[in-house]
Write a protein that binds this ligand. Sequence first.
Ligand code: ASP
Length: 356
Amino acid sequence: MANNTTQDHVNGMDRPRIMMIYTGGTIGMKENPLTHALEPVDFEHLLDNVPKLKMLDFHIDSFQFERPIDSSAMNPNHWVEIAKVIEQNYDSYDGFVVLHGTDTMAYTASALSFMLENLDKPVIITGSQLPIGEVRTDGEENLITALQIAAARDRNNEHTIREVAILFENYLWRGNRSTKRSADNFNAFKSNNYPELAKIGLGITFNREALWRGKFANAPLKVHYNMDCNVLVMDLFPGIREEMVRHMLSTPGIKAVVLKTFGAGNGPSDPWFIDAIRETVEKGIVVVNITQCTNGSVHPYRYMTGMELAQCGVVSGHDLTSEAAITKLMYLLGRGMTADEVKNYMEYSLCGEMSS
Ligand code: ASP
């Protein structure tokens, strides 16, 4: 990683102080002249394309990954890298803007929301669908709006946003409620089970009732770096074979399974399927039921097929996104919890990730 100062601070303390963390993604990419494929380039290139940044009266410092990456290459070590920069600079900045590829942005946002316990400053993640050097880029506007949101304060001078959020085009979404919904549209993200935190139009209109307010005011930031990757995702489909299910569930080392079910949390009622799930739970593996639907929640007792899963000891993931379910399990397991403790915490919202 390299650390740069992009604007010297003159009256430093009076101006919002923002730390930008550049990880890569389309926003900072350029076309390779030989292959014509987009590749990440460095932060200086990105800044050269946004002269308007100087119009913001902010003190902006930046940090970039040693090698900026396409976010498809993200893994928990990169989340740790981002979280470290935030922890090391937490007291010196008003807010953080993370520039990130869109492909796995919702995973990073969800993971950071769990890793950064007691966060009470803005961590705004953004990127773009078109590289910042292109004429019709959405990157410039996203970057500037993200910085303005990271600097926003209420009338009582407190930070307006005190959570990890994704800013993209016309909306600010809670990070651990977001999903990438379009590979083409400028409005690439959506939170299907939670309202927007802000609407971006001529101005930035915050949806104050939807903003996260931590349960423990004034508690210090505590960063959890251990994420346990022994989590498996199993997406059901009509016709899924017993051998496939048993093969996946016998993956050595797995500690948790995110079971993506139909509708309100239903799965096949074949005895082999119920047996395979029951045996998995009995081995001490946590199985969490989330729905494949983009909107709505698991209701395990609405149908017989969902009830059978609940009776096997499958935990309801309520209206968690897939990204939040996976990263929440990684976080809880990373904290060394037993299967029963993990099951317990999966039923509670830790930082606004689910509705009930
Ligand atoms: N593949 C890119 C990435 O996730 C896509 C993007 O940034 O929009 O890094």
